[in-house]
Design a protein around this ligand. Structure first.
Ligand code: FA5
Length: 352
């Protein structure tokens, strides 16, 4: 009877159960539907009375089904929301993130200091021609100073071209090598640009060397070059002092000691006073650009159809190793930690 059907609907625990009740009573072969089919066999009076009853029952069942369905849908929604709720108080997953390598961090710091002094930053090729790496910086083939920088020479495969500052083929200017210092960019830059200018050149350099705690076969240098009509050694000292103050604070001091590099005259190695640790940090070489370097540049310019631009010019230059600076500054015991061993535990200490 209708009341028991209504109770069943009221008790349906799921939308599926409700659906089967709906089929059971109101479906094509449902109980109520079957009752409707019996109307034809009744007298007109009976039929009217019975029809009214059945229609009323049908209406109540439909209303009950609809009401129950709404309740069940709401319940299902609540359950789904609870199941998918985001607990923002749970600890998250740690995503491994990268960071700048110690070398990059120091380079950025150094470049910032020189940008403040008005230097442009330029870069050059790591595969270099013997001419730019050696001859152009006053180290001709017979020069004993070439032995100071043991070189990775490269075979030149067929169709391999080393290019000059204007992308010209310079294969006939000597062998191919991995640059042993950043000084070849002095020559390349001056061939392309007229003085006066101030530049710094960061870059990777290579030496065919037995590695030890302070020697790597691949390391980074920073080269500085300033050229103009009346540049003096005092300007060099000023710039290196500024660099020292930028790195170690206003109390920093610098020290120059005479030394020899073929591409400068006079030449000086320089050190910085690290007040905190009370010690001198030997950093690198510097000096006044050798006239032979200017001459090599002007000869090349002339060959390219450019006016000579460096007669009567003066300039200073320096070059030093980035890792060596880091070794001293952070008390790192071995330069091989930087690249060879790829020690993350070491590098992570310097994460910025
Ligand atoms: C030069 O390379 C000159 N081009 C520097 C220069 C430029 C002098 C301009 C004057 C004017 P040197 O070979 O000394 O010089 O190397 C310069 C610096 O590179 C050294 O002081 C040191 O800091 C670093 N260095 C040299 N060899 C290595 C190495 N095997 N591993 C790590 N750092 C090195």
């Amino acid at each position: 009877d209708v009341d028991s059907a209504l109770r069943q609907i009221e008790a349906a625990g799921s939308l599926e159960a409700l659906q089967s009740l709906k089929v059971q009573y109101l479906g094509k072969n449902g109980l109520l539907t079957q009752q409707m089919k019996t109307l034809g066999s009744l007298t007109p009076e009976e039929r009217r009375e019975r029809g009214r009853q059945l229609n009323e029952a049908k209406g109540r069942l439909e209303a009950a089904l609809e009401a129950r369905e709404a309740v069940l849908r709401e319940k299902a929604l609540q359950e789904q929301l609870e199941k998918e709720a985001l607990d923002v108080s749970l600890p998250g997953y740690a995503f491994p993130t990268g960071g700048l390598h110690l070398t990059s961090q120091i380079l950025q710091e150094l470049l910032d200091i020189f940008r403040r002094m008005g230097h442009s930053v330029v870069e050059g090729p790591e595969v270099e021609s013997e001419f730019f790496n050696f001859d152009g910086v006053n180290m001709p083939e017979w020069h004993p100073a070439r032995d100071m920088q043991d070189t990775f020479w490269l075979e030149k495969p067929e169709n391999f071209t080393i290019r000059g500052p204007f992308a010209e083929n310079v294969n006939d200017l000597g062998g191919a090598l991995l640059r042993t210092h950043t000084s070849p960019m002095q020559v390349r830059y001056m061939i392309q640009h007229n003085p006066p200018f101030k530049i710094v050149v960061p870059g990777r350099v290579f030496r065919y060397e037995q590695t030890d705690a302070s020697h790597e076969a691949m390391f980074f240098q920073l080269e500085g070059l300033v050229v103009g009509p009346d540049i003096t050694m005092a300007d060099l000292k000023g710039a290196i002092t500024e660099l020292a103050r930028g790195l170690f604070g206003p109390e920093a001091k610098v020290r120059f000691q005479p030394t020899f590099f073929p591409f400068v005259e006079p030449g000086a190695q320089f050190a910085m006073w690290w007040a905190e640790r009370e010690k001198w940090l030997e950093l690198g070489g510097s000096g006044m650009v050798h006239p032979n370097v200017f001459k090599a540049v002007d000869d090349y310019r002339q060959k390219m159809g450019l006016p000579r631009a460096y007669e009567g010019m003066r300039g200073w230059a320096f070059g030093f190793g980035i890792e060596r600076l880091a070794l001293l500054r952070y008390g790192i015991p071995d330069i091989r930690y930087f690249y060879q061993q790829n020690r993350l535990s070491f590098l992570r200490q310097f994460r910025n």
